[in-house]
Structures are given as C-alpha cells and as structure tokens.
Design a protein around this ligand. Structure first.
Ligand SMILES: [Zn+2]
Length: 136
C-alpha cells in the first residue's frame, strides 16, 4: 500500500530498530511507495513511511531491491557530492564512498554480503543513514 512520506525531522532523527519477518508488510508498503514516487525518488527507508525498522528499498534503474538490517562493513573512495531527499527540501552537500560492502538480510532473512559501487552505492549509503537517524 502506498503510504504518506514522513517529513518530521524529529521522527526521522531517531534510530530504527532491527527488522524481523513480522515486518514483511512494511517492506511491501515501502516498495509500493517507492514505485509510486519513482519519478522523483530512487530509494527509501522504512522510517520515511513512519515505521522505525531497519528496512530499505532502492531502485538501481532496472529493479527495486529490498534489504533488511543493512550494515556497511567496508567502504573506500571517499568523495563529496550533493543529494536531495523526499523527506527534505532542496539538496545538501554530503560525503559518500565510491565502493561499499554491505551485509544485510534478503526477503527470506538469509544473510548476504555484497559489494556495490557508484550510483547504487550512493543510494544505499543515503538509505542506511536514514536507518541510523541521519539526514543529509
Ligand atoms: Zn532521504
């Protein structure tokens, strides 16, 4: 179900807690909401639809992927960039890494470790920040 986007900085500034199999509906809502906003948004975290659980969804231009409890375990190639966010006005400068290795659980809650670069890596970093209560 498509949900409203949370824009309250106090709510978004709080850390999300671990997601479990009980949060599958939230993941589905997140994908529906991302798809609904696909013209203006490439990734979302669950707290942006009002659920403080560590779930992200992102669109790499080909397909939408979901990660439960994602965590960056390795990063390299720091650079400065500018980003915008569906929950905020305008764009803001931020620091990102060109290459990241992420440990997460898939929709069967199996642990996966994968490396991402470039644009996809940037989206994932932005959304994991949301899980940690960090806004750009
Ligand atoms: Zn954002």
């Amino acid at each position: 179900m498509v949900k409203d986007i949370v824009k309250d900085p106090f709510f978004l500034g709080q850390k999300s807690t671990e997601a479990t199999k009980d949060d599958m509906q939230t993941a589905n809502d997140l994908v529906d909401t991302l798809r609904h906003n696909s013209q203006i948004c490439v990734g979302m975290a669950a707290n942006m639809i009002g659920v403080k659980k560590r779930i992200i969804a992102f669109d790499n231009g080909k397909m939408i992927s979901v990660m439960f409890n994602p965590e960056i375990i390795e990063k390299s190639g720091e650079y400065e960039t500018e980003e915008s966010c569906l929950s905020l006005e305008g764009s803001r400068p931020t620091k990102r890494y060109e290459k990241i290795t992420v440990k997460y659980q898939n929709n069967k809650f199996k642990y996966i470790t994968a490396t991402f670069t470039g644009w996809t890596a940037q989206i994932i970093q932005h959304e994991i920040d949301h899980c940690n209560g960090i806004l750009i």
